[in-house]
Write a protein that binds this ligand. Structure first.
Ligand SMILES: [Zn+2]
Length: 276
């Protein structure tokens, strides 16, 4: 029988036992926000959690990580024009992440992976990670499964997109049951973006359109459908490749994390903590 991975489904005795062999925990930080006409509101949380669950299962018997229930609400104010979107304020979400992690640290977890399911949480997760760096002696790292796959040299399908496009729909077609191709997907213009992006410049290396100046956006200003990207070529097959690549990338990362001593991850481990 495989080692248990779902913290919420374990008993406190089982967690205590597992902590003797592993201090690794994985926490997905997702969102409930609009994803256009084809995808449900929980796409970010669901896709991220399903990838994390599969990766944790792969390494269940050697890394022995625990996977927490995902943080399902994110920082999604830019989608609030669309019904169903739920958002937390930045500081609230930072507090939630920090306090969940501090609870884990209190019990002895020392290597915590914050897996980002929603790009809009990036700044918030980074702030939480810094607070935890300053105030605790744990190694808290935030990452995305897609980035880990690329780092590991795993080829995964990708297209130029920003939100609810090819990647997310493909993954959901593979992982979920209720995604549908909506005829409105065909009306989506290709990557609409305001002209002022050209004034500030674009980051081209990742394939996504982002102003290097960090322009605040309210997504309704640019897309009526809620989709920004081209999901019309999404497929279950591409989703399977994406998911498998991400699972493999995350599994490799978790094994590396397990093999690396905490002292190496935190060179300043024995030094005094900052006090503010
Ligand atoms: Zn999304």
């Amino acid at each position: 029988m495989k080692n248990k991975i779902l913290l919420a489904k374990m008993t406190t005795y089982e967690v205590a036992e597992q902590l003797k062999e592993s201090d690794i925990a994985v926490l997905c930080v997702g969102a409930i926000e609009q994803h256009g006409p084809a995808l449900p509101l929980d796409t970010d949380t669901f896709n991220c959690y399903e990838v994390a669950k599969r990766a944790c299962e792969v390494v269940a018997d050697d890394v022995k990580p625990v996977l927490l229930p995902p943080i399902w609400t994110g920082f999604s104010w830019l989608h609030m024009d669309f019904p169903g979107t739920i958002t937390l304020k930045e500081n609230t979400l930072i507090d939630v992440i920090v306090q969940v992690c501090k609870s884990l640290i209190h019990h002895g977890f020392r290597k915590i992976v914050l897996l980002q399911g929603h790009g809009g949480n990036k700044g918030v997760v980074r702030s939480a990670r810094y607070i935890l760096k300053i105030e605790t002696d744990a190694f808290v790292i935030d990452t995305r499964a897609g980035a880990l796959a690329k780092t590991a040299g795993i080829e995964i399908p990708s297209k130029k997109e920003y939100h609810s496009g090819f990647g997310e729909l493909s993954m959901y077609l593979y992982l979920g049951e209720d995604a549908k191709f909506d005829k409105r997907l065909k009306e989506i213009p290709e990557m609409p973006a305001p002209e002022y992006f050209d004034v500030f410049g674009r980051e081209g290396s990742t394939g996504s359109v982002r102003a290097s100046a960090g322009v605040p956006i309210r997504i309704k200003e640019w897309t009526n459908s809620g989709v920004w990207g081209d999901p019309t070529e999404a497929s279950r097959e591409s989703g399977e490749k994406l998911v498998n690549g991400m699972v493999e990338g995350l599994a490799i990362f978790l094994r590396r994390l397990k093999a690396t001593p905490l002292e190496e991850l935190i060179p300043s481990l024995k030094e005094k903590k900052f006090q503010f």
